[in-house]
Design a protein around this ligand. Structure first.
Ligand SMILES: *Cc1c(COP(=O)(O)O)cnc(C)c1O
Length: 469
């Protein structure tokens, strides 16, 4: 399968090259040139498959020509073997017609494991085959870093460097990264903010001459197509488990960079009978403003109790724009240039109309989110993490004002990852870490604190690369 850029002037790439490239050379994002289609009979035939079997069926057309069946099967089996629930992505019923899809049974307790466990192994296979070594570099304000490290720690062909803002992430989040013992894993605490970390990473991708010529720099953030691809699977999994076919279904998704929600959109485009996608945001609500009032404009960041959704610009929204404008790359490049210049963009009437035919949106302030956590716990004894609580609230809100569709809310993190929210909801005792992490706070840490200085950090990285084999 070929992959094309949303801005139209980068070359089309095959799957392997699209995964290694991350961002396209024209600044756009790679999307599949055409989407595989699953008809109702095929979707019905998915009933009874376990998660790895379904993942194989859904991902196979996307990797055609790049991975053979045995390779894909092997990657999938290994990626989901460490998940701590036999169903991998279990459904829990919260109410009449309301379900929670628990996506936090992976090694780092967040849904990002679904994509990064797969991507780490995929990269290693691609690099091995090419006889190439890579450097993976990323900035994190929390969940991405630990999921990326867990996914890439066994990569024989890559070194991974994750930058986090020194003393500005939680102890649990830091320790999930810094207690990993692997020679190719490097944590750098930058004396600065998350944006500073992000800027150093961006500058490094723009000019990677600090690395030896034989090392390619690879991005594992959600602009990487393979991450989106792996996330399409659980939308099918949930829908099939609920007997979709007889009826349509809706999803509510706590959203930051729009990667997870875009995967749901693709499931719909591939033939899954999804009647509604509800985008749930916290106070950083650029998407809610866009979906409800055609106002996609930058506003100052606001720290919240759901930090993994504290995002100013939702990078993957560009992939949706591409479709809303009939895959007109010139138009998308134009819109994105305008956004870069003015800090805002507005959609045409046709695009807004299409958007609203499928999507709804909802914004929740911290205080409302805390009420949802407390109320859900009171009603059912179930403890939601702050991100998942925002999704549940949005799902309920939509159900109350529209037809009573079966609603699946995505639970993106384990409540123990965000003990502050549980405490503020009056439920501190309820959020214990699962057994495999219960000694996390006693394990030895390894990380370097460096000044916010691009050249110094690049030199540090260049000195620590594992030798080529
Ligand atoms: C990353 C993350 C999100 C947001 O996902 P996007 O794909 O960026 O929209 C939501 N919840 C949690 C817990 C996350 O880690």
């Amino acid at each position: 399968m070929q992959y094309i850029s949303t801005r139209g002037s980068a070359p089309a790439l095959d799957f392997e090259s699209a995964v290694l490239a991350g961002l396209a050379s024209d600044g756009g994002l790679y999307v599949p040139a055409e989407l595989p289609q699953f008809d109702r009979a095929t979707i019905a035939s998915f009933a009874g498959m376990n998660y790895p079997q379904l993942a194989f069926a859904v991902m196979r057309p996307f990797v055609a020509g790049a991975l053979n069946d045995a390779e894909l099967r092997c990657l999938i089996e290994a990626s989901y073997a460490d998940f701590r629930h036999p169903a991998t992505a279990p459904l829990v019923q919260l109410d009449h017609n309301l379900w929670l899809l628990e996506l936090f049974h992976g090694p780092t307790l967040a849904f990002k494991d679904f994509a990064l466990q797969f991507l780490g192994r995929l990269l290693d296979l691609i690099l091995q085959r090419r006889g190439q070594r890579a450097v993976i570099m990323g900035a994190t304000s929390g969940d991405t870093g630990s999921a990326a490290i867990e996914g890439c720690r066994r990569c024989a062909n890559a070194d991974i460097f994750i930058l986090h803002p020194h003393q500005r992430i939680s102890a649990v989040q830091r320790r999930q990264m810094t207690t990993v013992r692997a020679d190719n894993v490097h944590n750098i605490a930058v004396r600065g903010s998350f944006d500073d970390c992000q800027n150093i990473v961006k500058a490094s991708f723009a000019d990677s001459s600090f690395l030896p010529a034989d090392r390619q720099l690879v991005a594992v953030n959600s602009i990487n197509w393979a991450r989106i691809m792996a996330q399409i699977v659980y939308y099918f999994y949930a829908a099939v488990a609920l007997g979709v076919g007889q009826r349509e279904i809706a999803f509510a998704v706590p959203t930051g960079n729009f990667g997870d929600m875009f995967a749901g959109y693709l499931a719909h485009r591939m033939g899954l009978p999804v009647a509604r996608l509800v985008v749930a945001t916290n106070a950083n609500d650029i998407l809610h403003r866009c979906f409800s009032a055609n106002d996609y404009s930058l506003q100052p960041p606001e720290p919240t109790l759901s930090p993994s959704m504290d995002i100013m610009i939702s990078s993957n929204f560009e992939r949706l724009l591409f479709d809303l404008y009939d895959r007109d790359a010139v138009k998308v490049a134009d819109l994105m240039a305008g956004f870069k210049r003015d800090g805002k963009l507005s959609l045409s009437d046709t695009a807004m109309h299409r958007l609203r035919a499928l999507f709804a949106s909802q914004r929740l302030a911290d205080s409302e989110m805390l009420e949802v956590i407390a109320e859900q716990h009171r009603q059912t004894g179930y403890l939601l993490d702050p991100h998942s609580a925002i999704g549940v609230a949005a799902g309920r809100h939509y159900q109350a004002q529209a037809v009573d569709l079966p609603m699946v809310c995505l639970a993106t993190a384990h409540p123990a990852k965000f003990p502050q929210a549980a405490a503020e909801a009056g439920l501190a005792e309820a959020a214990a870490l699962p057994p495999h992490l219960s000694d996390l706070l006693e394990r030895a840490e390894r990380y370097e604190v460096l000044d916010c200085d691009t050249a110094q950090i690049q030199a540090y990285i260049a000195e620590r690369l594992c030798a080529a084999v």
